[in-house]
Design a protein around this ligand. Structure first.
Ligand code: FAD
Length: 594
């Protein structure tokens, strides 16, 4: 199944909803201008369609092969990756000082959506490498940066993030990997990490692992965790590769999806220990990780957008070809393409609207992170950082939940053929299913939203956000545009529901946190619906103002989302504020007795 990047939708979301052009106008985007943005999106789309998308299904079928400590990628991956590096895609948003192009994250996320849609397994590797670049650029010393960043930024070397151990997943407090100082500035690491994405593979000469570990004598819990850089091959002063380090893949996992992304068990210490170097200060490893968490979580949200877009395109193509007759007794006639049936139209519009909503949430969050990093105005930077903090768990969790829903609907559109692997629709669901789990499960995202982000500044950050959503909807109402139908009414209901649930949670969090946490996931979904629905409407208003001849895609989608999907919002608000009693008073005893 082919993939064609939806450049028009992406560009409109970047400009009219996320506000990429504010960055350009305020000189916060380097040499970027409209033409360069268009050229980058076009070129990425071309590369993705021609070289990456064709790998998706064969890569899923072949999977990676683990043998004698090495991992062989499926056919074609290495060649495509080397071409990708050669074309300069690795350094798009990387620091200019180390060979990157320093372009805004907002644009980089749009391009990342394109890679993920083409093949999510292929895109895992650059995503993890970007995480290592961010960690090193922010917290590494000059020597580590000079040695490792240029090749990581270009993509010639790849990176991993090694946090998880068998007993330490969502809660890293009890991780056991040990790092002993060797007296020469380096550390000796030993321990086992599980589930490490691209921990080993054959596409690059060196792999740079970022490992969380404990130094002997460190305080217990999160205050005793440090971050280390551990290369697969040690690097000489002249940059040449030296001795093989004692960090080895000892097996790979067999899993539901992303078969072309190796998920590795990594062992350090079987041959004397792995040599590593401290990144940031001792015992501040989790803080280092937290500073990059917004970006990493957003990266997973974008994976959700990419998979959803691919699933939609595949379902649309199938619905335009597959023929079935009408089943309603009132309808007669010949067989028609299933896309002519109202329920199939509804499913396809659901899929496109959900994908568009997830895209808005991710791009708006990326823009806030850009402002937080690039603005000259300190107060504006602080405001943007708080806003990005508020939106990040929603962009990660709601977008990935939507990707699973969209991929599942994609199977439904195919009928029985969707359940048959050969069709390719099932792969999207299998691939999507990891996204609500890793980089902090969506349950953990909801807890973060309710317990840390919502109470920021006494609730003022969320109130400011709600005020902005209301302003957009006032614009919809004021436009008197008949094609909006009841969009304004439905979105007003959703935003009121969000306001009501936010107030209830702010009151409840301090006195009865368990009750608040029962409603956390429903609240996150409600937040995503109200925000994404309004953001889509913002895109629709801009589309009508510009009347750029591209039709009314965003108006149709905003209306569909408001009519069919945002109507869930008042029910979710009720689940937040009155759903806890049953769970807390009777649920636990029932579960324990079961
Ligand atoms: C394919 C794949 C790739 C991965 N890649 C990497 C990688 O590259 N690097 C890396 O370090 N890790 C990686 N991981 C690990 C991943 O990040 C963890 O699986 C994830 O964080 C969840 O941890 P866990 O599996 O231990 O689940 P658990 O923490 O055991 O969670 C199980 C369930 O309990 C819930 N739960 C746990 N604690 C709480 C709480 N306090 N309150 C409410 N609910 C809670 C969770 O939400 C979840 O539903 C990967 C995992 C997979 C499957």
């Amino acid at each position: 199944m082919s993939y064609s990047a939806p450049i028009g939708d992406i560009a409109h979301t970047l400009r009219a909803i996320a506000g990429l052009n504010d960055l350009i106008d305020q000189d916060l985007a380097g040499d970027l201008d409209d033409d360069v943005v268009d050229a980058i999106l076009e070129e990425a789309g071309k590369f993705a369609s021609e070289q990456v998308a064709p790998l998706n299904q064969p890569g899923d079928v072949a999977g990676t092969k683990f043998e004698n400590g090495s991992v062989a990628m499926p056919a074609g991956f290495k060649e495509a990756y080397l071409d990708w590096v050669e074309a300069g895609w690795g350094g798009l948003a990387g620091p200019e000082e180390f060979g990157g192009q320093g372009l805004p994250l907002t644009l980089a996320m749009a391009v990342s959506e394109i890679w993920n849609a083409a093949c999510v397994s292929f895109s895992e590797n650059p995503m993890l490498t970007t995480g290592v670049v961010d960690a090193l650029a922010l917290h590494g010393n000059d020597s580590l940066k000079a040695t490792y960043l240029p090749k990581l930024v270009s993509g010639e070397w790849s990176g991993t993030m090694q946090l998880t151990e068998s007993h330490a997943g969502s809660d890293l407090r009890f991780l056991k990997t040990k790092a002993e100082p060797q007296g020469d500035g380096s550390y000796n690491l030993s321990g086992t990490k599980i589930f490490i994405t691209f921990g080993e593979h054959d596409m690059v000469e060196n792999i740079v692992h970022m490992v969380l570990a404990r130094i002997p004598g460190a305080p217990p819990g999160t205050k005793g965790i440090s971050l280390f850089l551990v290369p697969k091959f040690l690097v000489g002063e002249d940059g040449s590769l030296g001795e093989r380090n004692d960090v080895h893949c000892i097996s790979t996992e067999h899993k539901l999806g992303i078969h072309a992304s190796p998920t590795c068990v990594m062992q350090m210490g079987d041959n004397g220990g792995a040599t590593g170097w401290l990144v940031g200060e001792e015992n501040r490893g989790l803080n280092c990780m937290f500073t990059m968490m917004n970006r990493a979580r957003l990266g997973v949200g974008i994976q959700g957008v990419g998979i959803a877009e691919r699933a939609f395109q595949q379902a649309l193509a199938y619905a335009q070809e597959r023929k079935q007759g009408a089943v309603a007794e009132t309808e007669k006639g010949d067989m028609v393409e299933i896309i002519r049936h109202p329920d199939v139209q509804r499913m396809l519009l659901d899929m496109k609207a959900k994908t568009a909503v997830a895209r808005t949430l991710c791009y708006v969050t990326a823009k806030a992170l850009d402002v937080a990093e690039r603005s000259q105005d300190e107060a504006e930077r602080a405001r943007a950082l708080a806003y990005a903090g508020l939106l990040t768990p929603v962009a990660k969790a709601y977008s990935t939940d939507l990707s699973v829903e969209v991929a599942s609907q994609g199977i439904q559109v195919h009928g029985g053929m969707g359940y048959i692997e050969e069709t390719g629709a099932a792969q999207h669901l299998r691939d999507a299913r990891i996204t609500p789990i890793y980089e902090g499960t969506n349950g953990i995202q909801a807890i973060d939203l309710v317990s840390r982000k919502l109470p920021m500044e006494g609730g003022e950050v969320v109130r400011g956000h709600i005020a902005e959503l209301k302003e957009i909807v006032a614009g919809v109402r004021g436009s008197n545009e008949p094609s909006f139908g009841e969009t304004a009414d439905r979105l007003e209901d959703a935003i009121s529901a969000l306001e009501e649930a936010s107030d209830w949670l702010l009151r409840t969090m301090s006195g009865n946190p368990d009750a608040a946490l029962v409603g956390a996931c429903a609240y996150l979904r409600l937040f995503g619906i109200a925000s994404g629905g309004a953001f889509l409407a913002k895109g629709a208003l801009a589309e009508q103002r510009d009347d750029n001849g591209n039709g009314r895609t965003f108006t149709v989608l905003a209306r569909h989302f408001a009519d069919q999907l945002s109507v869930e919002a008042p029910g979710l608000a009720r689940a937040v504020s009155s759903g806890a009693d049953g769970v807390l008073s009777q649920g636990e005893s029932l579960l324990r007795a079961s």
